[in-house]
Every structure is written in structure tokens, then in C-alpha cells.
Write a protein that binds this ligand. Structure first.
Ligand SMILES: [Mg+2]
Length: 231
């Protein structure tokens, strides 16, 4: 018998393949907005620069030094500034399309659905995500992930972000779960592994690229399919 009754999942970069979906969208926008005409060499340069700038904004957002509005308003103008494109309207249009259409992308990590099918027969499955509420709901629908989760907790609802303990406590409470019969699956070492560990939950570190971290997680996996052997 497993000691667990509840399995909590992270969404972005754990089930929903954020990086692949974002890159597909940026490549589409590069062509639709004819950014080559504006001086951007190719879509790969555009994607690389956008990711670099977006990640820096997200790091500041996690620290609380930048708000959601600034993050959304400034990442495309800052990206275009790389090529000395000062067209705020173009940047605004890119941002609008990116926000609207990225969540409609449907690429999941390999074996996500079959693993959830397996797990939901034996456990209550839940979601805890740092993304924005309305955006996450669209992703779940587009990728056919809706219907798997008994409860969904977004950090936007709670008012703070993982790894803040309040996010995990709220989720456990909503799920009628206890720390000792729950485990959390996520890709981010600080937000997910250390965050859930700090409130007393066991953790699965989803580390598909095999990055090196201290061996602090209860379990570490490279493929979601491994959850079917663990649980
Ligand atoms: Mg994640």
C-alpha cells in the first residue's frame, strides 16, 4: 500500500511543455508580423532574446520587485530594442497575440496523459500552479488536461507565489489532504521541491534535462512515466 492518497502536480514545465509551446508561438509571430523586415535576423534569434529577457523579468516578479503588468508590458519592447526597434505598437500587438494564443498550444511532456490516467485511478490528483488563473484554465482545456484534477490552486488566488508555504497550505486544505499522505511533483527546485518540503510534504523532482542539483528530493525522475512505477 502506498502511504499517499493525494498527488499534487505543477503545470508549466511539468505537464504542459511551456518551452516548446512558447517557442512555437514565437516562431509563428515572427512570421506573421514579418519581423525579418524590421531587422530581426531569424526566428531563433528572436526566441533566444525574448526568453533571456522574459526570464529576467520573471526572476524579478518572483522576488516581488516587478509586478505582473510591468512584466507583460515591457518584455516585448525590451526584446525588440535589441534590434533598435522602438515601435511600441508592434510590441504591444506581439504581446497581445502571444498572451492570447500561447495558452491555446497543446504540447504536453511525453506520457503525461497516460500517467495521469494511471494515477487518477489510485489517487486524488490535484494541481498547484504559479501561473495566471485565466491563462492556466485555457492551457488545461487546450491540452485536454481538464478533468484530471480534483482541486486547482493558483498562486494568483492565494495572493503569493510558490515556494511560499501559504500556497501549499491552501492547496492541502482545499483538497482535504494532510502533508503525510501527500506528495508534490514539480520541475522547479526552489519553488516546487524546497517549497513542498518546507511544509512537510514528500516531493518528486521532475528533471527531464538531468540538471545537477543537491540530492534533496524524495524522488527524482526524468520521464513522467516513471511515476507509474513509483506509485
Ligand atoms: Mg513548473
Amino acid at each position: 500500500m502506498s502511504k499517499y492518497n493525494h498527488i499534487f502536480f505543477d503545470l508549466d514545465h511539468t505537464l504542459w511543455d511551456f518551452k516548446t509551446n512558447s517557442r512555437k508561438m514565437l516562431e509563428t509571430l515572427f512570421h506573421e508580423f514579418d519581423l525579418a523586415r524590421h531587422g530581426v535576423e531569424n526566428h531563433l534569434q528572436f526566441i533566444t532574446k525574448y526568453e533571456e529577457i522574459n526570464e529576467a523579468f520573471w526572476a524579478d516578479y518572483r522576488k516581488g520587485t516587478v509586478d505582473k503588468k510591468t512584466l507583460r508590458n515591457e518584455r516585448f519592447p525590451r526584446t525588440l530594442a535589441t534590434w533598435e526597434i522602438g515601435d511600441r505598437e508592434l510590441a504591444h500587438a506581439l504581446n497581445e497575440e502571444y498572451l492570447k494564443r500561447s495558452p491555446q498550444q497543446s504540447t504536453l511532456f511525453p506520457n503525461a496523459l497516460e500517467t495521469l490516467d494511471y494515477l487518477m485511478n489510485k489517487y486524488d490528483v490535484h494541481l498547484i500552479t504559479n501561473g495566471f488563473k485565466e491563462v492556466q484554465a485555457t492551457k488545461l482545456r487546450s491540452s485536454k488536461l481538464d478533468g484530471y484534477f480534483k482541486t486547482i490552486t493558483t498562486s494568483e488566488d492565494v495572493g503569493v507565489l510558490k515556494p511560499h508555504p501559504k500556497v501549499f497550505h491552501t492547496a492541502l486544505n482545499d483538497a482535504n489532504a494532510e502533508t503525510h499522505d501527500s506528495i508534490y511533483v514539480g520541475d522547479h527546485f526552489e519553488s516546487d521541491v524546497l517549497g513542498s518540503k518546507n511544509v512537510g510534504m514528500d516531493q518528486v523532482f521532475f528533471n527531464p534535462e538531468g540538471d545537477i542539483y543537491p540530492p534533496e528530493a524524495t524522488y527524482e525522475i526524468k520521464d513522467l512515466k516513471e511515476l507509474q512505477d513509483l506509485f
